[in-house]
Ligand binder design. Sequence first.
Ligand SMILES: Nc1nc2c(c(=O)[nH]1)N[C@H]1C(S)=C(S)[C@@H](COP(=O)(O)O)O[C@H]1N2
Ligand SMILES: [Mo]
Length: 352
Amino acid sequence: MDMAPISVEELQLATRNHGMPLEALRWPVTPVGLHYLLVHYDVPVVDEEAWRLGVDGEVEAPVELSLDELRALPAHEVVATFECAGNGRARFEPRPVSQPWLQEAVGTGRWRGARLRDVLALARPSERAVEVVFTGLDRGIEGGEEQDYRRSITLASAHEEDVLLAYALNDGPLPPQHGHPLRLLVPGWYGMTNVKWVARITVTAEPFTGYQQARGYRMRTSDDEEGTPVERILPRALMVPPGIPEFMSRDRTLAAGKVTIEGRAWSGHGDVEDVEVSTDGGVTWSSARLEPPDLGRWAWRRWTFAWEAAPGEHELACRARDAAGNEQPLAPAWNVGGYANNAVQRVRVTVS
Ligand SMILES: Nc1nc2c(c(=O)[nH]1)N[C@H]1C(S)=C(S)[C@@H](COP(=O)(O)O)O[C@H]1N2
Ligand SMILES: [Mo]
């Protein structure tokens, strides 16, 4: 793999924020410890007894809720595939300096919690309300600016039925690193929207202009552009690299004969309609067998592809297309923040 050397600062981020090993694509719901992790600042320690969720701003009846009060609201479950907007960043050239993901910043969780709209209904947003801002308990400095981690969604998004304030993951409590005791879940959007360690919800009459909305997570080709917001997840298919890896290079070796290549595919823009596989480095493509969307509309779908592996060197690749007509590119379009690189995965294998 040819790229500019990784700096110690990038390595520092990469050791804190781990990806999902690609062999974990075998699980429909990612075991908690294998789900990718991205934390901008520090993981806060939260005393769940003392913790309260405040809901205020442009509302008629500000409220404070304990975790027990949130658990007493109707519970709703959503299986959602998360992906970091920076997934694929390390493959841009030049490489934007931040968390250097290759392609593994993904995972699927079974999230359970209260619907955001049920919580908002308790506080009754006023007629002036347009957005809802979520403030996490983590604080840091970014772009020279000291800040709490904060993001907003529109009031319309806040009322969608699968938008949750989640207090459980895969039938257990939220682990500290994934937002204990409460996190926002906006299925279909890139990861940054799913604010962890939520302590305050502020309904506003103006669009939110905080750092993570107005400066971070925007597509721009030069620093001085305002850019356009990064929102929904673009389609991606990933395969479990077949065979066995060489320890350092991760190059794969497998025996000649019938091989089932398997993977998962997802999109935040609608159903995945087709997954194609190439066994000749992207020259020719054939459709994989796509399994039904058993986990619901927000989760990845499993696919398989039967390959008759002949001795020699091969480059495998896969790509997905969604119902909105988005298709994965062979080469990524560069941007300053290194966002949304959904170029096709390539896996080199030696068949013996
Ligand atoms: N409070 C808070 N929420 C946050 C973040 C953060 O640093 N602080 N990181 C965001 C980003 S960039 C991503 S990709 C997802 C990662 O979620 P996970 O670590 O649970 O996979 O959380 C989002 N929510
Ligand atoms: Mo992210």
